[in-house]
Design a binder for this molecule. Structure first.
Ligand SMILES: Nc1ncnc2c1ncn2[C@@H]1O[C@H](COP(=O)(O)OP(=O)(O)OP(=O)(O)O)[C@@H](O)[C@H]1O
Ligand SMILES: [Mg+2]
Length: 301
């Protein structure tokens, strides 16, 4: 155990200095995957469906995508892709399995990391368990251009840690007042307690872009008034659609089933905006840093 703890400290120490060098521009930035947390204040607003479909659009556009199912409540990314996993992240934490052994590849080539209950006790991981996870996350480095983390909803500590550790946070909201107030509450905590100052917004289940813009205006208006240093960028909307619901019932993705539907076009448009905004990691890049930041946030809060 002592050896593992020492190993962890030396990895973290050497990576921290490598990360600082990269940040200071002293080394050429590598082609690190960008880690994007997808989150919401209120549950059931469409995170998992949006992540799944955008992942398909990105993969179809030639990007390599990994999805981490970090929702410790009701993990369901496997359901929408109709895949089954025998193992999950808890087996990696315990050292029983390698990440490569628990990852499932979809027919599109997207790699899914099932969280199961594995992330549930993040703050109580032993040094050895952290080391297992950190060294395994390092292996993702060359395997993806973008890593989506489906964080689950709300303001539980895990949701907050994953968001604060990610390169980018995408918040999903609907026009329901509770979804808007909960999205605001989430951004407030993330900005005040975790120094996250920049968010992207996708508005789901609206009739038109006009409706989506109303949701955006009410959120950005509240931010302008009460959290002046927080920036919210609108990156698109997804129309309310019976096609998504039909796809969910068939355990398929709407982008595979009805590529020409308005909803699929809207999802593809968001994916192309994500490609257009620099897809490379903006911060210290290394995927291991991401996991390490999750642990650090946990230790400091
Ligand atoms: N644009 C849409 N139009 C119609 N129905 C939708 C749309 N997006 C999502 N839904 C419906 O909402 C349900 C919940 O979606 P999803 O599971 O993606 O939400 P979630 O935010 O991941 O939920 P949770 O917080 O439980 O993880 C889906 O089963 C689907 O039927
Ligand atoms: Mg979900």
């Amino acid at each position: 155990m002592r050896d593992q703890a020492e190993g962890l400290r030396s990895i973290v120490k050497s990576d921290a200095s490598a990360g600082r060098k990269i940040l200071m521009g002293l080394e050429t930035q590598g082609n690190f995957p960008k880690v994007v947390a997808v989150t919401s204040g209120k549950g059931g607003v469409g995170k998992t469906n949006i992540v799944g479909n955008i992942a398909v659009a990105l993969q179809n556009a030639g990007k390599r995508v990994i999805i981490v199912d970090a929702d410790v409540g009701l993990a369901n990314i496997d359901i929408i892709f109709n895949i089954r996993s025998k193992y999950d992240i808890s087996h990696v934490v315990s050292g029983e399995r390698k990440l490569s052994e628990i990852m499932i590849e979809t027919m599109h080539g997207i790699k899914i990391i099932p969280g199961g209950s594995g992330f549930a006790h993040l703050t109580r991981f032993t040094e050895g368990e952290k080391l297992n996870l950190l060294s395994e996350f390092e292996t993702l480095q060359d395997q993806a251009d973008i890593i989506f983390v489906d964080t689950g909803a709300g303001i539980s500590s895990n949701v907050l840690y994953f968001n604060s550790a990610a390169d980018e946070c995408i918040v999903i909201a609907t026009k329901e007042p509770t979804s808007i107030t909960d999205a605001y509450a989430l951004m407030k905590i993330l900005s005040k307690d975790f120094k996250v100052k920049y968010f992207k917004l996708i508005v789901n289940m609206v009739k038109s872009e006009d409706e989506a813009k109303i949701v955006y205006s009410s959120l950005s208006g509240a931010l302008d008034k009460f959290l002046k240093d927080v920036v919210l960028e609108y990156i698109g909307y997804v129309p309310v659609s019976s096609e998504i619901q039909r796809a969910v019932l068939k355990r398929k993705l709407v982008l595979d089933m009805e590529k020409d539907a308005d909803v699929s076009k809207a999802l593809e448009k968001i994916a192309s905006r994500i490609i257009d905004s620099d897809i490379k990691s903006s911060s210290n890049g290394n995927v291991k840093f991401f996991m390490n930041r999750v642990f650090e946030t946990g230790a400091n809060n």
